[in-house]
Design a binder for this molecule. Sequence first.
Ligand SMILES: NC(=O)C1=CN([C@@H]2O[C@H](COP(=O)(O)OP(=O)(O)OC[C@H]3O[C@@H](n4cnc5c(N)ncnc54)[C@H](O)[C@@H]3O)[C@@H](O)[C@H]2O)C=CC1
Ligand SMILES: O=C(O)C(=O)CO
Length: 327
Amino acid sequence: MSTKPKILVTHKLPETVQDYLNLHGDCTFWNQEGSMPRSVILDKVSDAEGILGGTIDEELLSCAPRLRVASTSSVGYNHFDLDAMRSHGVIGTHTPYVLDSTVADLVLALMLSAGRRIAELDAYVKQGKWQKGTSGTELFGVDVHHSTLGIIGMGRIGEAIAKRAVFGFDMNLLYHSRRPKKEVDERFHARFCELDELLCESDYIVVMTPLTPETKHLIGEEQFNLMKSSAIFINASRGATVDEQALIKALQQGKIRGAGLDVFDIEPTPVDNPLLSMPNVVTLPHIGSATARTRNDMAELAARNLVEALNGGQAYIVQELKDLVPN
Ligand SMILES: NC(=O)C1=CN([C@@H]2O[C@H](COP(=O)(O)OP(=O)(O)OC[C@H]3O[C@@H](n4cnc5c(N)ncnc54)[C@H](O)[C@@H]3O)[C@@H](O)[C@H]2O)C=CC1
Ligand SMILES: O=C(O)C(=O)CO
């Protein structure tokens, strides 16, 4: 009988990562597209000590008496019910750092695309609307360079965005976070400010906080009312950090100029979401970290985290559950 810990993996992993996990665990993999159906997870998790997969909640935990570690191949872990994990003594791990640059690249792409109307005007050309005699003013956008960027959530990804914006595009930087960061102020000539001030002064506003009870609907009607009517709003954090109905209203009423969104309240977002028919809104299907290299790095790190945490080694354990690990 195998003495290796039983591991359940609920979505497809690269072969090399599966090979690594097979060395260290007695593994059940899911090799189809999408993720293992919930009913199958609840059945197969009954004897697992480790799981590499998505949502961890009370229902799953109560089916998993032997579970010790849940690993997610993402930096965000709002799909972990932290209270339930604590009460079941289950540690959670995640994948910080390896995706920072990839996500930051995408945020700049959203800023450029929404500000300079790339997606909208690509359609304009392809639909034959570009004709002789247009004055061109109707094609004007908002400059990215030398504009003021306000980043809400100056963490790992926030800093990678700051680097691109300040050194690549000469942007002026404001930020709001849980605390000011002296190194950020110095490196990027940035200024920490309260949320309201950031909203009033920024030309581009990027939300990059984790989704927590405190950040749920951090940006709502009151906050959109403070923004410049020329502001471009970017959300690549989680859909629920923003009140989506308030965002729709702000765009419909011209309270802001445009938006770039990688995340939505419901994902996949329904096709009748009014945001999808607004030409001044760029929408993406949650692809912040979606490059082959970065997704591979995330999968490797998620697997390593799982093995290390099961064996009492070094792993990226989520902040809120670090105290569950014996020193
Ligand atoms: N669109 C996508 O594909 C991706 C989205 N994300 C999202 O980005 C989030 C951030 O990732 P990291 O930068 O690695 O996290 P991080 O923990 O390094 O940074 C988050 C920052 O937000 C700040 N923050 C937290 N609560 C706040 C509050 N109430 N008000 C103001 N600031 C607050 C923190 O102080 C911290 O500086 C993830 O949790 C995830 O939800 C991450 C990767 C890809
Ligand atoms: O890592 C995350 O939190 C994502 O959203 C996907 O990369």
